[in-house]
Design a protein around this ligand. Structure first.
Ligand code: ZN
Length: 234
């Protein structure tokens, strides 16, 4: 168990991460104005979420919410709090959520299309495609339900006529995934404009998902032809 002092330190760190991530959305060209919002899990029942209608550079206090819909602090939470809560509640594997209205993800989502396996990097979202959740009015339970369903076995989805949701084990990984999905949406839009993209098979995508999982684990049989020769050359 953490004592109250380490609780306070963790809270301060998580609030600071929310502010840094919101500011990064603008810096990375992932949002326009304050239309993006982010959240991070604090414990089994509570999370910090960016407040509604505060310019990112003026963010000071970050509201805390619980799974019952109660909020604490000086600022009201984002109007999209429902899908942040419902995703964190439904998915113990997820600790952080980034939602944006980035240009190419929105363009694609306005056609109702998700991102099929036109490129192997689609597997970064955890499967053979990135789904597009059907449209529902912003802030509603219907939108939240559609988002949770589109995220089954996935870490990201598009929202029809709206934007994208990317998740992660922390805010930095959720932000990175939001950037990847926006990039894939741009590439898929470009591919559609020059012809009909070839779609990779589900078997190939399952293989790539497996390779991504073993990435970074220093798995020696991941590539048996590649061997470490020592810190300096021969
Ligand atoms: Zn939105």
């Amino acid at each position: 168990m953490m004592d109250s002092n380490s609780h306070r330190q963790t809270d301060a760190r998580l609030k600071a991460e929310v502010i840094v991530t919101c500011c990064a959305l603008g810096q990375h060209g992932l949002t326009h104005g304050t239309s993006g919002n982010v959240s991070v899990r604090r414990d089994a029942e509570t999370f910090f979420i960016s407040p509604t209608a505060v310019p990112y550079e003026q963010l000071d206090d970050i509201p805390l919410m619980d799974f019952q819909g109660r909020w604490y602090g000086a600022r009201r939470p984002s109007s999209e709090w429902r899908f942040h809560r419902d995703i964190l509640k439904a998915r113990p594997d997820i600790n952080a959520i980034v939602h944006t209205h980035s240009k190419y993800a929105v363009a694609l989502a306005c056609t109702g299309s998700g991102i099929p396996a036109f490129h192997y990097m689609v597997a970064v979202a955890g499967g053979a495609d990135i789904r597009c959740a059907p449209y529902a009015t912003f802030g509603t339970q219907a939108l939240s339900d559609n988002a949770v369903a589109a995220l089954v076995d996935r870490k990201a989805c598009l929202l029809a006529n709206h934007g994208l949701i990317a998740t992660g084990h922390d805010l930095a990984s959720a932000l990175r995934l939001a950037g990847e999905v926006e990039n894939l949406a741009a590439q898929y839009s470009a591919a559609l404009s020059v012809g009909e993209p070839e779609i990779l098979s589900t078997d190939e995508m399952i293989k790539v998902v497996g390779l991504f999982r073993s990435y970074g684990k220093q798995d020696s049989d991941h590539d048996p032809d590649l061997r470490f020769g020592g810190p300096s050359g021969p």
